[in-house]
Design a protein around this ligand. Structure first.
Ligand code: FES
Ligand code: ZN
Length: 408
C-alpha cells in the first residue's frame, strides 16, 4: 500500500483490491477513476486518462502534425503531466519544454532542478529563460512596490509577455497549457460572479492568435478533472513539486473550487454540466452580443495591449520597478556589515534560532512579535537562510523593513 499527498488538496492511497479491474477484468484493481466511480488497474486508468485527452485534442484540432509545440513547465503536476502525456501519445511530434526562472529565491532554483531532470528523463529538449540574467530584475522585486500583496498578479502579466516573446524566439506554433476542467469551470464561475462575460468567452479550449504577433494556445486537459491528473502523476511517477511559490495566495477561484467539490459530492457530473452550459450556451450568446475586441500594440515592447492602452501591463509594471532605488532583501555577512555602516536609522539583528516557527504564525502573532521593531530595519538570520528569506518577504508584505542575512 502506498499513500500520497499533494499539498493540502489531494490524498491518494494505492492498494491492491481483492477484485479485478472493472474494465479489462484481467488485472487486479488498483485505483479508482474518480469521475467514473469504478476501480481499475493501472493500465486501464492510463488508457482512460490518455484517451480522453486524445479525443479533446482531436475534437478541437489542438495539435497538427507540422506544429512546434511549447509547454511552459512550472514544476507542478498539471504542466508536467501534460508534457508526459503528449510525449506518450505523439512520440514523434516536435515538443519543446520551457522553464521560466523568475528569480523567486529559494523557489525558482529548486523547481529548475526538478524540471531539468524530468525533461532529461523524458528526452524532451528544455529551454531555460533566466529572468534576472536576461532582464535584470526578479519577481521578488515587486515586494518593494504597491504590488507587494499581489505579487502573483504582477507576475501573471510578466509571464504572459514572456510566453509570447519566447514563443517567437523559439519559433513555436502552439503553446499547450495545463489548464484542466477544475481550473476552467472555477474561473468561469468566478468571472460570472464578477460579471466579466468577455473574460468567460476567452476560456475556450483553443485560442487563436489575435495578431500575427501571437501564437495559438491550446488546453489539452480542458476536459480532465484535476484529481485525475494527480492520480495519473502518482501512478506514473511523474515528479511533482511540493514546494509552493512564496507569493502564492489563496485566490477566490480556490474557494470556488472547494464549493464545486462539495457540489460534486451530490452530483458527480456537475463540472461537465457547467462546462457544457458555458461553452455551448453562454459563450455563443456572449459572442453574438459583443463586437470583436480591438487591441493595440504596446509602444514599448510591441506586444498586444487592450484597446485604449498605449503601454501594456507588463511594461507598466517594469516602469514601477525602475522607480525603486533599493531592492535589497538579502545580504551576505560582509554586505550586511557594510550596509549598517551607511544606515542612518536604527536597526536590529534577530537570530531565528528556535524561532523558526514564526514563519507559520498568523499575522496577528507576527505583528505582536515584530511591532516593537516597526520603525527599525530588521535583519533576520537563520542557519537555514530560506527561513530568514521567507520571513523577510512576509514581513515586507506587512510593511516592515525586513532583510535576510546569510552566512552569519
Ligand atoms: Fe508568479 Fe508565484 S509564480 S508569483
Ligand atoms: Zn484493467
Amino acid at each position: 500500500m502506498m499513500y500520497h499527498r499533494y499539498k493540502e488538496d489531494f490524498k491518494l492511497e494505492i492498494k491492491e483490491y481483492p477484485f479485478l479491474c472493472k474494465l479489462c477484468k484481467k488485472e487486479k484493481a488498483l485505483i479508482e477513476i474518480p469521475s467514473q466511480k469504478i476501480k481499475v488497474c493501472k493500465n486501464c486508468y492510463n488508457n482512460f486518462f490518455e484517451n480522453r485527452i486524445k479525443k479533446t485534442i482531436e475534437k478541437y484540432k489542438m495539435i497538427l502534425p507540422q506544429d512546434r509545440i511549447g509547454i511552459f513547465l512550472s514544476g507542478g503536476k498539471d504542466s508536467s503531466t501534460l508534457l508526459f502525456v503528449l510525449k506518450k501519445l505523439y512520440p514523434d511530434i516536435n515538443l519543446q519544454a520551457i522553464f521560466l526562472n523568475l528569480g523567486i529565491k529559494y523557489y525558482s532554483e529548486k523547481v529548475e532542478i526538478l524540471v531539468k531532470t524530468f525533461c532529461e528523463n523524458l528526452k524532451v529538449p528544455l529551454f531555460i529563460y533566466n529572468l534576472p540574467e536576461r532582464e535584470g530584475y526578479r519577481i521578488d522585486d515587486f515586494i518593494f512596490t504597491y504590488f507587494k500583496n499581489k505579487v502573483c498578479s504582477a507576475c501573471g502579466a510578466i509571464k504572459r509577455y514572456l510566453f509570447s516573446k519566447i514563443a517567437k524566439e523559439l519559433g513555436l506554433t502552439v503553446i499547450a497549457t495545463g489548464h484542466h476542467l477544475d481550473d476552467i469551470v472555477s474561473t468561469m464561475l468566478s468571472l460570472f460572479f464578477q460579471g466579466d462575460f468577455l473574460g468567460i468567452a476567452k476560456l475556450k479550449p483553443v485560442l487563436l492568435p489575435l495578431s500575427p504577433n501571437q501564437v495559438k494556445k491550446s488546453k489539452p486537459l480542458y476536459t480532465t478533472p484535476e484529481k485525475e491528473i494527480f492520480y495519473y502523476a502518482v501512478l506514473n511517477e511523474i515528479p511533482i513539486e511540493n514546494f509552493i511559490c512564496p507569493h502564492a495566495d489563496k485566490s477566490p477561484p480556490k474557494t470556488i473550487k472547494k464549493f464545486l467539490t462539495e457540489l460534486e459530492e451530490k452530483n458527480r457530473q456537475i463540472k461537465y454540466q457547467l462546462l457544457s452550459v458555458f461553452t455551448k450556451k453562454l459563450i455563443p450568446l456572449i459572442k453574438s452580443n459583443y463586437k470583436e475586441e480591438t487591441f493595440n500594440l504596446c509602444i514599448k515592447c510591441g506586444e498586444i495591449t487592450t484597446a485604449g492602452d498605449k503601454i501594456c501591463s507588463r511594461c507598466k509594471r517594469i516602469e514601477l520597478l525602475k522607480k525603486v532605488d533599493n531592492k535589497i532583501l538579502e545580504l551576505t555577512k560582509e554586505e550586511f556589515e557594510n550596509y549598517i555602516q551607511n544606515l542612518n536609522s536604527d536597526w536590529v539583528l534577530i537570530d531565528l534560532k528556535g524561532k523558526e516557527n514564526l514563519l507559520n504564525e498568523s499575522t496577528k502573532k507576527l505583528k505582536k512579535f515584530f511591532n516593537p521593531y516597526k520603525t527599525r530595519h530588521i535583519f533576520l538570520t537563520s542557519s537555514q537562510p530560506e527561513i530568514g528569506y521567507l520571513l523577510a518577504l512576509k514581513l515586507r508584505k506587512k510593511g516592515f523593513k525586513a532583510y535576510n542575512v546569510k552566512e552569519i
